[in-house]
Design a protein around this ligand. Sequence first.
Ligand SMILES: [Zn+2]
Length: 168
Amino acid sequence: MIILKIIGLLGGLAWGQIPFTTSTTHHTNQVTIRGTSQPQKIKAMVDYYLDYWQLDSLHLLVEYSNSLPRPLKGYTQYVEHKKWGVKQAIIRINARLSPKEQGLTIAHEMIHVKQFRRGELQLAGKTGYRWKNHSYRAIAKKAYHTRAWEKEAFRLEKKLYLLYLKNR
Ligand SMILES: [Zn+2]
């Protein structure tokens, strides 16, 4: 699942004022994990995927939430503040997932972060998306599982999670 926003994330820039569970810089990424009892474990997972895709210059927040509707495992918001040179990704994970589901969902959402950071996936207008060389004007008309970026994420999530388990 992904949700894009153009505005309204200025609050996210004030993360430094919030008492974080863990927040460190990895390469040129700033990674913050919040709302889980095992932040170091989640951070190791996120760092592994950042390395795997060779992503840099990201402000990444992974936040566990108890208030997501039950079927929603997680989602990613991505914003580039060109004026400040900030590339910001926020991943929300449903705190009610089992450890295995959490692992798969984090892998899935990190694939979306990769897609955004590399410019493969972009917002196009208010309701459209651009994936590589294709534009989708009204994304609501295209069924969730048939979207190219979701197909890639579902195809790779398990492989990535197993790679992490093997190499951690
Ligand atoms: Zn997705």
